[in-house]
Every structure is written in structure tokens, then in C-alpha cells.
Design a protein around this ligand. Structure first.
Ligand code: GLC
Length: 791
């Protein structure tokens, strides 16, 4: 089936006879027999399994759900009735209809002919006439709310499949398949997750307005029902089911620099020097494919890169980490040791004819590790671990694993020694590559926090790797799109993600790169990356003013790293994403479509300028051109950092910002942990933290997580929680800090900084000691700038 095509509901047969038998409900038609079983997975999640007699292989190939939740508790139909009841919902199965009533109040029904089969293919047509929002769906282009859209789940190398769409932002599918639909109807949210690794399509009102169609092209279908009622509830339940990212190493939350075309050790030394001279922090430099010996994975070009280990040690001394790309395509070359070792170990994917499958990627003819098998993962992990250790690298970048196979037909690639058809693992190829690569990092040091970045992935990949959103373009449409894309990926469980800042294809310019850094400076992942033969995109290529603007944005990110790192820690505990739509924090229909502004954590609202000054409405103030945009502020008070004053929310404002500025608002009742000290790129010790406190009418509470920032010991409870409460008491802001946990208390020293001028005095009580500070009112433009007195 081609992209853009779908399954027509009229080509399916829907059930007519129904029987309750042996703990299951059987539905049959002339052409099929289906068996439906139910399991309670958690108190908020129920699974319905649809087994179709036409699917000969009943094995579940999916690695989406975390191991402990795979079985669930079997729930039999109620006596004498085709109804299942779990803690999260009641499901009534009719001959051709499903009626679902979720505990939180939402109801969902299929249409009259609502679930049907056509050979191996299955279709589910739900009535969603009252739905006003559809979210999630993994990595997607276009807008945040997918109402009226159609979404295909089949990972592709976008550049190869849709070469004409770089100027547009509407290609579909992309590199990551996560078939999660979060539906908002009547103010309630609930989730439908179709766990089937084969190609699926969700159509949310394009074929039939007011209907949600889930279509699967093969295999059996596990439908997980996730209860709400809020967006936050659904995301938390979904990430309980499919896992959450571990807390990343601190350096990986910094600023990254990459470009396809960096080739020699001298270039990397020059980059290090340029970042130092330009005074722009950079936490990692990235090696794209040109570091390799003719694109042979796990090799270095020894002419251009004579001693990578020495180079990486040099970078590390400057606080700069290094990450190298590794592609799955292994050059088919009998004189190449890695190829020979894989061939001998018989770990490459096969065709139906029993030969090693050959694709055509960077090294020319290439074979591909059969990642779904433990043997291939062990083989890959062994080589990757050796390569990382010998090269002194800090992480790996997993690319072309959608899988990209060039002009060679990917469907010829079979798995598990040629026994599993391509469709079973196509969407999971990048995921299993990430799993194998994670094994390598754990092999090297089981205690260190791993860092991997992948392009291809599927549900659950966040357990192993961060994701970047692939080859975008240097234009305003792609900048604009990066916000809903990162947000929907976050709602789909992948909190640690981001786009190529500045855009990959095409030439960026001073204005676009400035606005992109300003929009992206608090994205979970921040990497400047571009393709070769385009305008050089490092921050110093656009003149001194632009450099200063980028510096402001990047330095502010570093100052706020304790805040970001804390969001990541909280994500690990709760599933809450880093970048959030306003709807996540403010459950109000007014925010159902809002995607040109966003929250970072619960406190910071970013409303970047996303239009070029040539088209954006502008005004001149004191001779300076300012771009205008509308900003919606939810109810309550917001501290406007550009104006340095409180503004009332519950309204939409026409706002303006010159090229130096990004509109930033802090929610009343916020405490932002802020790093005031010295640092050199990624080398920073978070032992002194300022508590930037924004109180107008609300009190605030922050749970700040403290651990060693380097190891995975927090996974076994080795972290403290500093709970800071701030309230206005008469003329003073009082902060109370209580630290709990197994680590010695007091390793982090806190000091308050007040914003907003409501009070001039802050007192901080820590371990029974009360310290009072006189504070000057602050501040302008960025969090932390121009704060005159720090406690
Ligand atoms: C792919 C990647 C891109 C990388 C290029 C060369 O297009 O998506 O990021 O620079 O390959 O390796």
C-alpha cells in the first residue's frame, strides 16, 4: 500500500455471531473468526486482545510494553454476558460493536459496524463526534491537534521517501511509530494505544468526520485503553505501561554542535577553540559519517583522524564530550573485519531466499544486523563497546535505522534468521538497535548514565535512547512545526527529544537561526546540526550581534540546567514530559489547539517569535523594529521577564519582541532552581543553587532532586529530595527547605532570589537555621539577568 492510501471500511466484514467461551468472547462472520480476551494491566489500563483466525502466527512481536506489565491479570467475561469489567473500565462486546465506559467517566463506542476483518487486516471504527482534540501519535509533522488528520505508522527515511517536502511541513509518516491516540471529548481525555508493531493507520476524521478509525495491515492487535480524565493522567498511565527514560547525564542536557561534513581532527580542535573564543558553552561535539574509513562502521579514517582517543581526551579536558554516529549498514566487504566477524557469527538479516539481505546506503552495498535477535545484539554490543572505549567517546548516535536501505526494497529484509517477515520488525528496527547499543554502554559501565540518540524508533524506545526528529529544513515552517512535533512526541512517552536547531537541509540565515535558538533554548534536546554544502551553521557565522543573541539563549539554558535536570528527574518518576502544551498544565478547552507557545516544566511559558520579520506584523518602538504576536496567558499572574513585571492572565495579548528578545513568562507560585556558579562547557558542579522565586498571590513548592548527577544509583533510591516551600508572610517571602533521603543533607547550598518586587526581604530556613536577606528587585529579559543582589 502506498503512502497516503488507507483501508476502506466497506472492504471489511463485521461480525454477526457472538459467543462467550472459555474466558473469551468469540465473534464470527462468514470470512473470519475472532477471539477477544481482556486483561487488567494496571488500575488505569486495560488490554483487549483481538486474535484473528487469519493471522497464522499468533506471537506478539512487540517490545513496546515494559516486561512486568506484559501479562496482566486475565479478566473473564461477566457470567452470561459478553462484558468485561476491570478497575479502569467496562467493555461490552456486541456482534459488531464495542462499548467502553472508562472509570473516569468517558465513554467510547464503535460505530454500528465497528470492528471488522479482511483477511489479516483489521479495522476499528469509533464514534467520536464529541471529540475536540486528538494528540500523541508519536513523531508527527503539522499541528498539535490532529483532528481531521490521518496518520500512518510505518517508519521511513523521510528524505529518501519524500524528497519534495523539505519546503513543506506535511510529510507523513516520519521516522518513529507510536500508535497512541489521546482523545479529548467533552473535556475528558483518554488514550487508545494499539500495540501492533506492523503498519497501522489512525484516521481521526479525515475519512469520516466524527470518527476515529484504527486500521491495521496485519498481525494481531492489542488495544490498550488508558483512563484519564486529564491529559496528564493519560500520559502518566501510558508511560507506566511503556516505560520512561532514565535520568540522562547532565552534559547531555547542554548545548550540542554537529554538522555533516566535519572531517578532520583539526576541524574539531578549531571548533573547540571557536566556542571558547566566542564564549558559547558547548557540551558535546558530534562526529558525523565522515570520521569513518569509507563509511565502515566502527572504524576511523586514520589519515584525517590519526588519534581519536587523544582528541576526545583533549575535548573532555575542556569540558566537551564527544558522540559518534553509527549506522546499522555494515559495508559488504570481505576484507573488512567487522563484516567478516558478523558473517561468521551469522548475525545479519536474511532474505526469504536465505541470503544476507543487501541494502544500498553510505558504504555502498551493505548488510544489516538482525537486531531483534539476542545474538545480533550481543555481536553489536561487543563491537560498539570496544569502539567507544578505544575511541574515548561518551555516547553514540544511531542513524539510518528506520531502516534506511537506499534503493534496495526494505521488505526483502527478514528477521530472526529469515523466519520473521519484514513487517514484524520494520517499525522496531531502530528500537532494537537502540536496545543493543544500550547493552554496549551497560557492558562498559553499568553504573554510568548512558547517552544514546536515535532517529528510528517506536513505542518504548525512550527506555533506551533519546530521539531527534530527523532531517528537517532551514525554514520557518519547520521551526514552527518543531514545537508540536516535540510536544506530541513527549506526550507519546519520548520526553527527551528535539529537532536539528537551525534546520538540516538548506541555508539558514541570521534571523532564522536566532529565532530557532530562542524557541529551542529550553527544548529537552538542543543540538545545532546541518547538512554539508549548506551555509555553515555554527553560532559565529552570522555576525557579532547574532552571536550575542545565541549566547544569551544558550547561557540561560546552562543557568537553568538545574531546572531542566529536575524536570528530567521528575519525568523519570511521573512520566510528565519536559516540553508541555498549555493543555497539560491548564485543562481548558481554550488550549486545545494552542501550539505556538508552550510550557517548559510547570513554571516557564515560552512564546517565541516564529515568523520572519518580512511577513510578521512589526512595529517600531524607539526606532527599534519589534515583531508582534498573540500570546495567551492562562488565568492567574505571570511574571513577564521582558517587561520585568507581573501581568494578569486569563487573556490573549498582542505582544512584541525585537530580535534580541524571546517572550518568557513565569507562572505565579514558581521556584526555579538556577545555577549561578562558574562552569566550563559541560563541567559544572551543582552544589550552589539559587532559588529564583516568583510569588505574587500563590505560594510555591519545589521538589528538588539531589543525587551524584553521574551514576544510576538514584534508581535504587540513592537521592535526596529537597522540598522547598515559599510563601508571602507579611512584608517578607519565607522559604522553608526540608531535605529527606539517604544521602548526607546539605551537600547543595541554596540561596533565594526574589522577582517581582512584591517584597524586598526573603528568609530561608534550612535545617532549622533561618537566614534573612535583603534583595533588590529584579529582573529583565532572561531568567537571572540583571539580578542586582544575590543572597
Ligand atoms: C542522515 C541523518 C543526518 C546525518 C546524515 C549523514 O540524513 O539524518 O542527521 O547528518 O544522515 O550521516
Amino acid at each position: 500500500m502506498l503512502f497516503g492510501q488507507k483501508l476502506h471500511p466497506l472492504n471489511f466484514e463485521y461480525g454477526r455471531q457472538i459467543a462467550v467461551r472459555k474466558g473469551a468472547i468469540e465473534v464470527a462472520g462468514r470470512s473470519f473468526q475472532a477471539r477477544i480476551t481482556c486483561a487488567e494491566i494496571t488500575p488505569h489500563c486495560t488490554r483487549l486482545r483481538f486474535e484473528n483466525s487469519h493471522v497464522a502466527d499468533s506471537r506478539n512481536y512487540s517490545d513496546a510494553v515494559v516486561e512486568p506489565l506484559r501479562a496482566g491479570r486475565a479478566v473473564a467475561p461477566q457470567r452470561g454476558s459478553p462484558t468485561f469489567s476491570t478497575a479502569a473500565c467496562t467493555i461490552e462486546v456486541g456482534a459488531a460493536r464495542l462499548k467502553i465506559r472508562l472509570a473516569s467517566g468517558a465513554t467510547l463506542e464503535t460505530t454500528e459496524d465497528g470492528f471488522g476483518f479482511n483477511g489479516e487486516k483489521a479495522i476499528f471504527c469509533f464514534q467520536t463526534a464529541t471529540a475536540t482534540g486528538y494528540y500523541g501519535f508519536g513523531e508527527r509533522t503539522k499541528r498539535f491537534n490532529k483532528s481531521g488528520d490521518s496518520l500512518d505508522f510505518y517508519n521511513v527515511d523521510v528524505g529518501a521517501v519524500f524528497p519534495h517536502t523539505f519546503q513543506r511541513d506535511d510529510y507523513d509518516p516520519a521516522y518513529v511509530a507510536i500508535p497512541l491516540a489521546i482523545v479529548r471529548a467533552g473535556g475528558h481525555c483518554f488514550g487508545l494505544f494499539m500495540d501492533n508493531p506492523e503498519r497501522l493507520i489512525f484516521d481521526v476524521g479525515q475519512i469520516a468526520p466524527g470518527q476515529l478509525l484504527c486500521q491495521s495491515l496485519g498481525g494481531n492487535n492489542d488495544l490498550y485503553l488508558l483512563d484519564g480524565p486529564t491529559l496528564r493522567d493519560v500520559v502518566r498511565h501510558f508511560t507506566t505501561l511503556t516505560g520512561r527514560a532514565e535520568v540522562p547525564p547532565l552534559w547531555s542536557l547542554g548545548h550540542h554542535q554537529c554538522r555533516w561534513g566535519y572531517k578532520t581532527a583539526a576541524e574539531f580542535r578549531a571548533l573547540k577553540e571557536n566556542f571558547r573564543q566566542c564564549d558559547i558553552p558547548v557540551s558535546a561535539l558530534w562526529y558525523d559519517i565522515d570520521y569513518m574509513d569509507e563509511y565502515r562502521v566502527f572504524t576511523w579514517d586514520r589519515v584525517d583522524m590519526p588519534d581519536p582517543r587523544k582528541l576526545n581526551e583533549e575535548l573532555r579536558r575542556a569540558g566537551i564530550r564527544s558522540v559518534a554516529i553509527v549506522d546499522p549498514g555494515v559495508k559488504l566487504d570481505p576484507s573488512y573485519a567487522i563484516y567478516e566477524s558478523g558473517r561468521k557469527a551469522d548475525v545479519f538479516c536474511k532474505t526469504a531466499s536465505g541470503r544476507d539481505y543487501v541494502g544500498r546506503v553510505w558504504p555502498g552495498d551493505s548488510v544489516f544486523p538482525d537486531f531483534p535477535t539476542p545474538a545480533a545484539r550481543d555481536w553489536w554490543a561487543g563491537h560498539l563497546a570496544t569502539f567507544i572505549a578505544e575511541s574515548g567517546l561518551d555516547g553514540a548516535w544511531l542513524d539510518m535505522n528506520d531502516p534506511a536501505t537506499g534503493w534496495s526494497c526494505p521488505e526483502d529484509m527478514c528477521f530472526e534468521g529469515g523466519t520473521a517477515p519484514h513487517a514484524k520488525y520494520h517499525n522496531q528496527y531502530g528500537h532494537f538497535m537502540a536496545r543493543a547499543s544500550r547493552q554496549a554502554l551497560e557492558q562498559l559501565d553499568p553504573h554510568a548514565r548512558p547517552f544514546l540518540l536515535t532517529r528510528g524508533g517506536c513505542t518504548g524506545t525512550q527506555r533506551y535512547s533519546a530521539i531527534w526528529t530527523g532531517d528537517n529544513a532551514s525554514n520557518w515552517e519547520h521551526l514552527r512545526m518543531s514545537i508540536p512535533c516535540t510536544i506530541n512526541l513527549g506526550l507519546s512517552g519520548v520526553a527527551f527529544n528535539g529537532p536539528d536547531v537551525g534546520g538540516f537541509f538548506g541555508h539558514t540565515d541570521e534571523e532564522l537561526i536566532t529565532r530557532w535558538y530562542q524557541a529551542g533554548f529550553l527544548f529537552p534536546f538542543l543540538r545545532n546540526h546541518s547538512t554539508n554544502h549548506t551555509k555553515e551553521q555554527e553560532p559565529w557565522n552570522f555576525g557579532p550581534q547574532c552571536l550575542a543573541r545565541i549566547r544569551d539563549a544558550v547561557v540561560t539554558r546552562y543557568r537553568l540546567l538545574p531546572y531542566l535536570a529536575n524536570c528530567f528527574f521528575a519525568h523519570h518518576l511521573t512520566g510528565d514530559p519536559i516540553l508541555r502544551p498549555l493543555l497539560y498544565e491548564f485543562d481548558d478547552a481554550a488550549f486545545e489547539n494552542l501550539d505556538d507557545q508552550f510550557m517548559v516544566g510547570a513554571s516557564i511559558l515560552v512564546a517565541p517569535i516564529l515568523e520572519c520579520s518580512a511577513v510578521c506584523k512589526s512595529i517600531f518602538v524607539d526606532g527599534v523594529k519589534r515583531q508582534q504576536r498573540y500570546i495567551t496567558l492562562p488565568e492567574g499572574w505571570w511574571f513577564d521577564l521582558l517587561a520585568g513585571e507581573w501581568v494578569a492572565g486569563g487573556r490573549t495579548l498582542l505582544y512584541s519582541a525585537c530580535l534580541d528578545e524571546v517572550p518568557l513568562f513565569i507562572r505565579d507560585g514558581s521556584i526555579l532552581p538556577y545555577f549561578p556558579g562558574k562552569f566550563q562547557n559541560s563541567a559544572m558542579k551543582l552544589t550552589r543553587i539559587e532559588l529564583h522565586t516568583f510569588l505574587k498571590e500563590r505560594s510555591a513548592q519545589l521538589d528538588y532532586y539531589i543525587d551524584d548527577r553521574e551514576t544510576r544509583r538514584y534508581l535504587t533510591g540513592e537521592y535526596n529530595t529537597a522540598t522547598i516551600r515559599a510563601e508571602i508572610v507579611g512584608p517578607e517571602v519565607a522559604l522553608h527547605l526540608a531535605e529527606t533521603g539517604p544521602l548526607p543533607p546539605g551537600t547543595v547550598k541554596f540561596a533565594p532570589v526574589l522577582y517581582g518586587g512584591a517584597s524586598a526581604t526573603a528568609s530561608l530556613t534550612q535545617q532549622g537555621r533561618r537566614v534573612t536577606r535583603q534583595l533588590a528587585p529584579a529582573t529583565r529579559r532572561w531568567v537571572g539577568t540583571d539580578v542586582a543582589v544575590r543572597a
